[in-house]
Design a protein around this ligand. Sequence first.
Ligand code: VAH
Length: 311
Amino acid sequence: RIIITGAGGQIGIELTTTLREIYGVENVLPTDIKEPTHEALAGKPFETLDVRDHARMVEIVKDFQPDTIMHMAALLSATCEKDPFLAWDINMHGLVNALEVAREFKLKFFAPSSIAAFGDSTPKDNTPQVTIQRPNTMYGVTKVSAELLCDYYHTKFGVDTRGLRFPGIISHVQEPGGGTTDYAVEIYFEAIRNGRYTSFIDKDTYMDMMFMDDAIAAINKLMSADGSKLKDRNAFNVSAMSIEPEMVAAEIRKHIPDFELSYDVDPVRQGIAGSWPNQIDSTEAREQWGFDPQYDLAKMTETMLEAIKNK
Ligand code: VAH
């Protein structure tokens, strides 16, 4: 039985629906700070939970009695820069509560990290699993801190914590909010809606990305892996592709020939993107638990455009 925090978010919604297909609606309890509006969650079991409210989290866990917690609640990179202290409160206070509940009730624990856990001094190409991590964004600071704290709870208290350093996640079910990689989602929606897109990230800005289905499959594969065989835990590099805006536009033009891409670069998000790797190495994830993404840029583009057209 699985409890999910931040279930109304970009990953949370599709994680909830996929886990319900696998384990049954009654064995998955999505929670979030406000009632869900998305039709995928509406009308099914749900609890409101502000992850900063430890007592409320304990109350829900005692009642639902999960064996696993998937802690997805966090603010994303650009939002964190707008209010760094709120970001620390939600991303870290929420995490400590979730880890404490996992320790107290012996829950298996998942939390996503991000390529944002790397900074300017990190090798930008083939970024290894274990390397320098000195991010200069509040989001990145919370992600590195989270990775270290999750490993600490595993070594110190024996909590079965596992995590993934996600790249930009591309999906058509729920548009993301407040991320730096959001351009790679917006471009598809705008291509269908208007045949053109103005990107806030500049050309030749390479970032790792992955289609949502591969992200959800990676979470399930990692959580099902034999824990005794994991050399690493928090968190694994995972990526399906390294792309920049012109590459996405060229792929879209195979379906919408007169698609136009222009630029109005946002210095804040461009600065964040520039501090992240160009392309990370997912070898450890592949070797330790069989990470195997199925979507490349061509297949992701075809899937995204088809799904958005049919919305
Ligand atoms: C963000 N989508 O842009 C998230 C993610 C690697 C990017 O962490 O902040």
